[in-house]
Design a protein around this ligand. Structure first.
Ligand code: GDD
Ligand code: MN
Length: 397
């Protein structure tokens, strides 16, 4: 691996900072580029990628690499930490009890004062030689954002199966239709932007899931100067993709948050949708029970309530709160708290519905009002007791 150029950060700090903190550092001392790389179980890929980045940017003396690792079980953060001892401009931002590609990248950018930020994957699927084209587009041609694009001549999607391509196409189409995005590959996870663009969007970011570029574009004004740069999406050599059905749910939630986020928290929407599935599970269990034990409605109802609560807990843990998913003992305790909170919610539901029914008499209206009160109670209490600090993701405001 080539040596990092000898420009340790300390030699660039103006001595005036020590004596008079109100004197701003000269703009020329600002690092030019921060490459932010989210990692989750990428221990084998990280040293290879750093070697490649050094080969590309060895001559540029004001850049840094920030790996944001969600406490990977394979010890990726240890590998990064040992690299950062050797290379002071490599940093490891390690997050505990957190998950999420977008929020990882956002927090990585927030930790840097560089002029431009590049976002790229750690698994060598993004062509690092394109970073110089991106930097030129921003630095010399005054673009605000340069996007690595697979869907244009000179670009390709590597070894993807037809079904993944189809999912990507539909997702792209949805972002174009629902959010009005115009670029060819808004799903790309490989791009570079000016810090002003980031800083302007940062308070509006949803921070949900995998698609930071969609989030950024939908949180920015529509007049960004964007350069699209084709690249060949490589084949992952080590480790596994983290893209699964949860990522699809997160994407739908991101779109919903961008469209409806000002009206209600998107977690409430997710919670409500899962709750309506829970009602179906409830009725199914009850129907099966009643078919077997005709006389025992109350037992059947208790069983159906319990099973649908367990069902709702696990779906919410996996989807609504995927960034704060509970595991092991904490998950079991969370289930007990969830069932306790929702039992009170059920009582409130029946209480309110009966009260309104007694007053007004419409069973439809009373039933719906009871459901609404139960839903809000369950959402509010479980978001505090079961998934604490789980209102809006850390990047929201
Ligand atoms: N910190 C952190 N936390 N990093 C994560 C997490 C997470 O929860 N999930 C994934 N990563 C890291 C991976 O370690 C990898 O470096 C990068 O994010 C991309 O994850 P992959 O699992 O390799 O995703 P992919 O190849 O299926 O999808 C990528 O390409 C798509 C097409 O361009 C991503 O970049 C997508 O955003 C992109 O749409
Ligand atoms: Mn990948």
């Amino acid at each position: 691996m080539p040596a990092w150029p000898r420009t340790a950060l300390s030699t660039r700090l103006p001595s005036s900072i020590e004596t008079s903190p109100q004197i701003a550092a000269p703009e020329a001392a600002r690092l030019k580029l921060a490459i932010v790389i989210p990692t989750f179980n990428e221990a084998k890929n990280v040293p290879v990628l750093l070697g490649r980045l050094l080969a590309v940017f060895g001559e540029l003396d004001t850049w840094e690499v920030i790996f944001v690792d969600d406490d990977s079980a394979d010890g990726t953060w240890r590998v990064i930490q040992s690299l950062s001892i050797q290379y002071p401009n490599v940093r490891c931002l390690r997050r505990i009890g957190r998950r999420g590609l977008s929020s990882a990248c956002t927090e990585g950018m927030l930790s840097s004062s560089a002029r431009y930020f590049a976002i790229m994957d750690a698994d060598l699927q993004h062509d690092e030689t394109k970073l110089t084209d991106m930097l030129r587009a921003l630095d010399e041609q005054e673009f605000d954002l340069a996007v690595g694009t697979r869907y244009m001549p000179g670009g390709s999607i590597g070894d993807w199966q037809a079904d993944r391509l189809q999912v990507s196409r539909v997702a792209t189409w949805m972002s174009q239709r629902l959010l009005g995005l115009r670029i060819k590959d808004p799903m790309s996870g490989f791009f570079m932007l000016r810090r002003e663009v980031f800083e302007e969007a940062v308070y509006k970011l949803s921070g949900i899931g995998f698609k930071l570029l969609v989030d950024l574009l939908a949180s920015s004004r529509g007049d960004l100067k964007i350069k699209e740069i084709p690249f060949h999406f490589g084949v992952r050599l080590e480790g596994q993709s983290k893209l699964d059905s949860r990522v699809i749910w997160d994407y739908l939630m991101l779109l919903a948050d961008k469209r409806l986020g000002r009206l209600m928290p998107v977690q409430l929407l997710s919670f409500g949708l899962i709750g309506s599935l829970g009602v179906l599970v409830h009725m199914l269990v009850l129907a099966i029970f009643m078919a077997v034990y005709e006389q025992q409605f109350v037992t059947g109802q208790i069983l159906a309530v319990s099973i649908s609560m367990v069902f709702n807990f696990f779906l919410n843990n996996a989807l609504t709160y995927s960034d704060k998913k509970l595991r092991g003992g904490a998950m079991f305790l969370g289930l007990l708290k969830f069932m306790a909170a929702c039992s009170i919610g059920a009582a409130a539901n029946v209480g309110v519905a009966s009260w309104i029914y007694g007053d007004i008499g419409s069973w439809l209206f009373s039933g719906l009002a009871g459901i609404l009160v139960g839903l809000i109670w369950n959402y509010a209490t479980t978001s505090i007791l079961v998934w604490p600090a789980a209102g809006k993701p850390a990047t929201g405001r």
